[in-house]
Design a protein around this ligand. Structure first.
Ligand code: MG
Length: 163
């Protein structure tokens, strides 16, 4: 069955919410990353850029792939050794970061710095996703950080074009 693009957009948004991640929380990460560069930056503008990132098919693909794997790991449905790797969020695995980089890539290389920074600091929603007591979010924590990094790059590009 072939789906229209709206179906992908809606699925990605619904799945994020279903895993407890709101657009507002991702926008807060963008604000955290960009507030020192843009005087008068508003939460609403950050939301706008997050929304735009979520309309990209590459981003939707990363979301549905990552969340699917997190869900299967939570239900113990993966085969060994992938089950243990994802369940334990093993540091040397790295495929979660690669999927996240497919999101960061969409808006060019400035996103990399933001992604690395936010992944290290883990503010807000990232802290919660990183807590093992809140379920398996091996893929989702990187994906959410990457969406925020990509939205930050988009914001930077659009600010440059209006100056
Ligand atoms: Mg991870």
């Amino acid at each position: 069955m072939k789906h229209n693009s709206n179906f992908y957009t809606e699925t990605a948004r619904t799945w994020l919410l279903d895993r407890g991640v709101t657009i507002d929380e991702i926008a807060e990460l963008v604000f955290y990353l960009q507030k020192k560069y843009y005087e008068g930056l508003t939460h609403e503008l950050c939301v706008e850029h997050v929304e735009a990132v979520l309309r990209k098919r590459e981003v939707q693909n990363a979301i549905i792939t990552g969340i699917q794997l997190d869900r299967l790991a939570e239900k113990n449905l993966l085969d060994s050794p992938l089950q243990e790797i994802i369940d334990r969020d093993e540091g040397l695995y790295g495929v979660d970061e690669i999927i996240a980089l497919s999101i960061v890539n969409v808006y060019g290389s400035i996103g990399f710095t933001n992604y690395g920074y936010i992944d290290k600091k883990k503010p807000g929603v990232l802290q919660r996703l990183n807590d093992k007591n809140n379920g398996c979010h091996t893929f989702l924590d990187d994906i959410v950080g990457a969406i925020a990094a990509a939205a930050s790059s988009r914001l930077a590009h659009s600010a440059e074009n209006t100056e």
